[in-house]
Design a binder for this molecule. Sequence first.
Ligand code: HEC
Ligand code: HEC
Length: 378
Amino acid sequence: MLRFPLIAPTRIRALLALAVCIATPAFAEREYEREGPPRALTPEQAERAAENYQKYCVLCHGEDRQGYLNDNAPSLRSQSLFESGVPHAILRPLSYGRIGTAMGGYLDEVGGPLTLDETWDLTYWLFWESGADRVKLSENPVPGDIGRGEAVYQEHCASCHGAEGEGVNAPALGNASALAHNKDEFIRYAIEKGRDGTPMVSFSGVLSEADIDNVTAFIRSMAEDGVQETITLRALPTPDEYVINPDGPDPDFELMEGRYVDSATLHAAMEAKQRMVLLDTRVTSVWQRAHLAGSVPFPYYSSLDEKTLGLPKDVQIVAYCSCPRSASDYVIDQLAELGFERTAVLYEGIFGWMNQGYPVIRAEGALETPPAGASNDH
Ligand code: HEC
Ligand code: HEC
């Protein structure tokens, strides 16, 4: 009689996995063709782009484009992103934002501060700063087994990207505006190569080629049939409209940590028609999409001298963003230096406010709902 040595089941699985590795080319890395670089910038364009980056992007993506300064904003210098994403995976989020995330749109067409030329130059500036070489990616869809891809996703990806792709401390992979622009091969490339210098590791060698396809197909399947929406931009309020309920009583908030007011308290003050100024400190394009009634767009990159002209010092000011607090904290700190003492920050931010069911004024045509997983404390 033959006797088998006793091997623990886990050992057997490991041995089997090893055998599969050797027997099949499943873990072989793909080869990519190089694609030529985009146009170079003139020194003036580069200088302007660097200034725009400094003014509009540093708050979240950081001085050195390293990401993670605020709101888990991703790196804007990883090689893999700039190899695979230029121009559209950069230009689109920069221009139109990722709706439902802290990333707003910066193009003038949607109410942002940058012209079309400036958004292109900033895209290319980021590329040249990254030092990456572009790779050629196919436009074709990546076919895969969606059911199997979902299982892989739940096991390997959900802890960071969220069970439903809503993003926890990593980009919202199921985000409709991301899926509208990111082609399958761009998504696949990120999974295969990771994003160097970030928590996103390479899954090449961890997952088989087939499973990388499967999980890509699963991510694609999260895209809803997108209804392309065009919103109507509204006129910005003028200084005589800054104070809401100018004849109402003073709110007299008791602020948490000397600064924060929660959504329930602010909502009650609005219902009681109390006198306040509400500042929306996000990029103005997202104020256009949805904002608290009566709020004034006061983006974090505003020139303070100009903007504070119409702001009263004796009225309670409440600032909010979606971050939930980074942009509003930043603005309130600056106002404090200018001698504004009656200031507060909405603790949960506008997504927290919406998730608690409080009302916002939406643009005509906007379909936005708050992100399912938008937390109050990330
Ligand atoms: C208020 C914070 C904030 C500011 C300011 C901001 N971003 Fe972002 N950005 C984010 C977040 C958060 C994401 C990821 C959103 C997601 O997909 O979940 C993001 C994503 C991006 C992406 C997509 C990156 C990728 O890996 O797919 C690009 C490109 C980008 N931002 C460029 C910019 C540029 C350029 C500016 C300045 C004009 C800017 N952002 C300003 C928060 C910000
Ligand atoms: C440890 C946390 C973590 C895990 C686990 C993880 N990711 Fe990521 N992922 C990230 C972070 C953080 C980023 C953003 C990196 C950056 O560019 O700064 C990212 C970026 C990505 C991107 C690029 C998104 C974009 O818009 O550029 C894709 C696609 C992606 N991950 C897919 C996956 C898949 C699929 C899995 C599972 C197989 C996975 N990730 C597992 C943290 C994680």
